[in-house]
Design a protein around this ligand. Structure first.
Ligand code: SF4
Length: 361
């Protein structure tokens, strides 16, 4: 550690008691709720998680409900949170809990980390918040606070620092759940990535970064994912059915970079200069979709563009409405005609919702 001032855990805890946000998973931190909230909070801001958390708990109030639910229902409840593998892993982990842990969230780090979707940070968070075990958490917020406080950027040393804070607090009869959440909350509310509010911070007297105004330089070396821009054409193919109207969906392969394995309107990549205002481009795209489906289609109308970000991919999706022409071939099993009223039962992604809204305008 570059410098080792005593960590003012009592001051931090005092601040936390006054300033902590009233969050639904904090009111009643049962292990199941803590687990679901921690998975949702990976890569997603608290403000965006609350409504999803409440809805998810209404739909799947226990480990057994979640384990028994069809994956499509779980993904439907997850829709909009992104990183869908988290939703899939929740269901898989619930099944392991049913078969190996009597339907309960396991208590130890060793058992937690074996579950799908749970890494060292989440295992520590669940064990400390739900079971009061003195284990460290080093999420982005905690890392930033400790990195600035100790003027340290080495990840291993920051894990040791987080461990030392929670262990010594526990030795003094403090609750691990509270000191860990206090560190996380401080990073979220005060020690923000830009312009930290040092004058309101309970650590300011001993914080290294505050002393030399270096806060914005810590932590350094954070891996920033570069954003990738992609253009695609999205095919809205509909036909009449007994229930009214049905749409063609395609199940994306598990090797796609985004929305892996999810049902979605068929999509093909576009070259940077392909312009939908040109009839030639619409003709080319219709040909490519026809060859993908093994069925001829004809573009009826260009509906407009949807912008959407999934993980690090910034997508612009050019939506076309089309119709089948010629003899109707049987489609491969990755395609399915789905009546409009049943779309909700499939993984109801934000792209799907945006496309339908565009089509109804
Ligand atoms: S004093 Fe400033 S830089 Fe240091 S932990 Fe507090 S908010 Fe962060």
């Amino acid at each position: 550690m570059s410098r080792s001032p005593t960590f003012p855990a009592t001051d931090l805890h005092g601040w936390y008691v006054q300033a902590k946000r009233d969050l639904p998973w904090r009111r009643d931190p049962k292990p199941y709720k803590v687990w679901i909230s921690e998975i949702m909070l990976q890569q997603t801001q608290v403000g965006n998680v609350i409504a999803y958390f409440l809805n998810f708990l209404r739909k799947f109030p226990s480990v057994s409900n979640l384990a028994d639910a069809p994956e499509s229902e779980v993904l439907s409840a997850w829709s909009g949170l992104g990183y869908y593998s988290r939703g899939r892993n929740l269901k898989k982990a619930a099944q392991v809990m049913m078969s190996e842990h009597s339907g309960k969230v396991p208590e130890t780090f060793k058992e937690l980390i074996k579950l799908p979707g749970i890494g060292p940070y989440t295992a520590g968070a669940i064990a400390s918040i739900a079971f009061e075990q003195p284990l460290p958490i080093l999420d982005g917020n905690v890392k930033r606070v400790l990195s600035r406080f100790y003027l340290e950027t080495d990840e291993k040393k920051l894990w040791s620092a987080a461990e030392s804070v929670v262990r010594s607090w526990h030795q003094r009869k403090g609750k691990p759940s509270e000191i860990n959440q206090a560190l996380m909350e401080l990073g979220a509310l005060i020690c923000s990535p830009r312009a930290p509010k040092c004058s309101q911070c309970p650590l300011r007297k001993r914080c290294g970064a505050k002393d030399n105004s270096a806060a914005e330089f810590y932590p350094v070396g954070d891996r920033k994912l570069t954003t990738s821009k992609q253009s695609h054409a999205l095919l809205l193919l509909e036909r009449q059915c007994a229930a009214g109207q049905e749409f063609l969906l395609e199940q994306r392969s598990g090797s796609e970079p985004w929305l892996k394995g999810m049902w979605q309107f068929p999509i093909i990549p576009l070259a940077p200069k392909e312009n939908f205002k040109l009839a030639r481009c619409r003709g080319n795209v219709a040909k490519r979709f026809s060859s993908k489906l093994g069925q001829r289609i004809q573009v009826k109308r260009y509906l407009g563009k949807i912008n959407h970000q999934i993980t690090r991919y910034k997508l612009d999706l050019q939506v076309i409405r089309a119709e089948l022409i010629g003899r109707q071939a049987s489609l491969s099993s990755v395609y399915r005609w789905v009546p409009e009223l049943e779309l909700q039962q499939f993984a109801y992604s934000s792209i799907l919702k945006k496309t339908l809204a565009l089509a109804k305008n």
